[in-house]
Design a binder for this molecule. Structure first.
Ligand SMILES: [Zn+2]
Ligand SMILES: [Zn+2]
Length: 264
């Protein structure tokens, strides 16, 4: 399906599905960058962000841009390979019910894929050391660090996971613009490191900023592998660590494990 851009040239849904999430990533995390200066909303102090993180902000920005460039190329290739050109598919109008079902299906597929891949990356010492540990250089997560991953991890977890959820849910490329945008914003939110009043993600999802913050702590590496939407797999497979929010002396909150955790 083609959309006519206001400049007169045509932009396909596939291109939008690839680039809109990237633009939203930077816009949404830009907003959080500003809010991060308010100590009252933070889950870790600003000082901890500088001291505990093992990587500089410049390196993170470069890493994310590299990641997004590789993913954009692969996404366009995948869209091209899986494109359905039949007229019937193009003219099909999807009802709201069908759309909702496809969305939920896509969320479940992405969560399932990511849970097992993510958990395996922690279990396999080689993969952890050479690939997934890059993401864990951020002990104090912040919004634009959400997709700071080894390029191979981005490809394996995000791109392949995204392709599977797109294909298995049967959604159209147009719907995928919204789905991939939603998944991207959710991931940024989970890493924002802020507990803002009125955050709808915190109201609707048990898997949220505080929940994922637990996973980023040194004691949390055996818990809360589920991402980005539900806590289902952690619950089923016994890796679920609930959190409590405690006040910090500097203002703001701290997410603490609400039950005893196992060390090595
Ligand atoms: Zn991890
Ligand atoms: Zn993370």
């Amino acid at each position: 399906m083609m959309l006519v851009g206001n400049m007169g040239f045509q932009i396909s849904d596939e291109l939008l599905g690839t680039f809109v999430p990237i633009i939203l990533y930077w816009v949404y995390s830009g907003l959080y960058l500003g809010l991060g200066y308010f100590e009252n909303y933070r889950l870790h102090s600003k000082q901890d962000e500088d001291v505990k993180n093992l990587v500089s902000k410049t390196t993170v920005v470069k890493g994310v841009i590299l990641q997004q460039s590789i993913q954009a190329v692969v996404a366009i290739l995948l869209f091209t390979v899986t494109a359905d050109d039949s007229q019937a598919a193009i003219n099909q109008r999807t009802s709201l019910m069908v759309l909702a079902r496809q969305f939920v299906m896509a969320m479940l597929v992405l969560d399932t894929w990511q849970y097992f891949m993510h958990r395996y990356m922690h279990h396999n010492k080689f993969l952890y050391r050479h690939i997934h540990s890059q993401h864990h250089r951020l002990v104090v997560p912040y919004a634009f660090g959400a997709l700071y991953n080894h390029p191979l991890e981005g490809l394996l977890l995000d791109t392949i996971g995204g392709a599977l959820s797109f294909l298995l849910s049967g959604m159209s490329p147009r719907s995928s613009i919204f789905f991939f945008s939603f998944a991207t914003i959710k991931t940024v939110d989970d890493h924002c490191g802020l507990w803002l009043p009125g955050n709808l993600f915190h109201a609707f999802f048990k898997n949220n900023t505080a929940y994922h913050d637990i996973h980023h702590q040194l004691y949390g590496s055996k818990y809360n592998f589920s991402q980005p939407f539900f806590v289902m797999w952690d619950r089923i497979l016994g890796t679920y660590m609930p959190y409590t929010l405690e006040k910090r002396v500097e203002g703001g909150f701290e997410a603490r494990p609400a039950k005893e955790y196992k060390d090595d």
